[in-house]
Design a binder for this molecule. Structure first.
Ligand code: 13P
Ligand code: SF4
Length: 309
């Protein structure tokens, strides 16, 4: 019998040779999620990497997530399938503008969403993710003004939840979530009247206003799995369908197309392929290399965030 080696077999072989762990974000293609040691949201992935032994972390997500994993695992090599897998929020928040804000407004606490470059993180007082943004802002003394960056929809949501008046919000957006039209969600609700709506806080306020639950990618999955409902309209990247169908195969999940690609996929996340994953394990490139200084400075706001309950 002729045995054929698949790319998945090659990946597993290289993973063993490199003593690597494979981390995948929920927005990765299903075949990548299937091979991963851990699938999670951006915070979980950074944290979980520390629980594994192994020399190499192969990070299947976008670049800022791999940088975060490197800061938390400085002794390990972090490789990624595609160096170009960025994020519109990172690209819309250059470090020079953040430094200028700091120079003009030294009294502000800068709260940076994890979807920022490592240089921006290094300029920040504390970081947050979509899972803990409300608690992080609440941890800052009420009298201190706050700059929240870079996602304006998440910032507006946090401002509303915390009731915080002295909060400026950067005007960045996610090209996937910010272009989900409320009109299309309303049409989907009319088509599936029994469905519950879950939404990522990067969605516009008009979409969030129709949601039964708002949370990070992992929180949305957990909520749908635990819910008594049988149908859900899921207002985030459709890669979450992989875990949803695995954990709740009897339930129905519907997705709404955004206005950019007429789909609900992140073009950056989808740059990663099985071939590129195999190659990064084989070549140990592209690799996250950060200066000791930027890692030291970015670790401070990262550890502050991790300490917030
Ligand atoms: P999570 O932190 O929920 O994984 O979100 C990351 C992200 O990029 C959402 O678009
Ligand atoms: Fe960035 Fe949006 Fe893609 Fe998330 S979905 S990585 S926020 S562009």
């Amino acid at each position: 019998m002729l045995l054929t080696t698949t790319i998945a077999d090659e990946i597993l072989e290289w993973k063993q040779k490199r003593r690597a762990i494979l981390l995948a974000h929920h927005y990765q293609e299903s075949e990548i999620q299937e091979l991963a040691d851990v699938v999670g949201d951006s915070l979980e992935l950074a944290r979980k990497a520390r629980e594994f032994s192994g020399r190499v972390i192969a990070f299947c997500g976008v670049w800022f997530m791999a940088e975060t994993a490197k800061v938390l695992n400085p002794g390990r090599m972090v490789v990624v399938p595609d160096r170009e897998a960025s994020c519109s929020l990172v690209d819309g928040c250059p470090v020079e503008s953040v430094r200028e804000f700091r120079r003009l407004h030294p009294e502000y606490a800068i709260v940076s969403y994890i979807n920022t470059s490592i240089e921006v993180k290094a300029e920040s007082d504390i970081l947050c993710t979509s899972r803990n943004a409300v608690q992080v802002v609440n941890s800052i003394p009420a009298e201190q003004p706050v700059l929240f960056l870079p996602d304006s929809n998440l910032g507006n949501y946090v401002k509303k939840q915390t009731g915080r008046e002295n909060m400026k919000i950067w005007q960045g957006t996610c090209i996937v979530h910010a272009t989900f039209p409320a009109r299309r969600l309303a049409e989907s609700k009319a088509e599936h009247p029994r469905a519950k709506v879950v939404a990522h806080p990067e969605c516009p306020e008009s979409v969030l206003a129709m949601a039964d639950f708002i949370g990070s990618t992992s929180s949305l999955i957990e909520w749908c799995v635990a819910s008594d409902a049988a149908e859900f309209i899921v207002m985030t990247e459709s890669g979450v369908n992989h875990s949803l169908k695995k954990l709740a195969p009897q339930k129905q999940f519907y997705y709404v197309a955004n206005e950019n690609c007429n789909c609900s996929e992140c073009p950056y996340m989808k740059m990663n392929t099985l071939e590129k994953l195999r190659d990064c394990l084989r070549n140990l490139e592209p690799r996250v290399e950060l200066s000791a200084d930027v890692m030291r400075r970015a670790l401070v706001p990262l550890e502050r965030m991790l300490a917030v309950k």
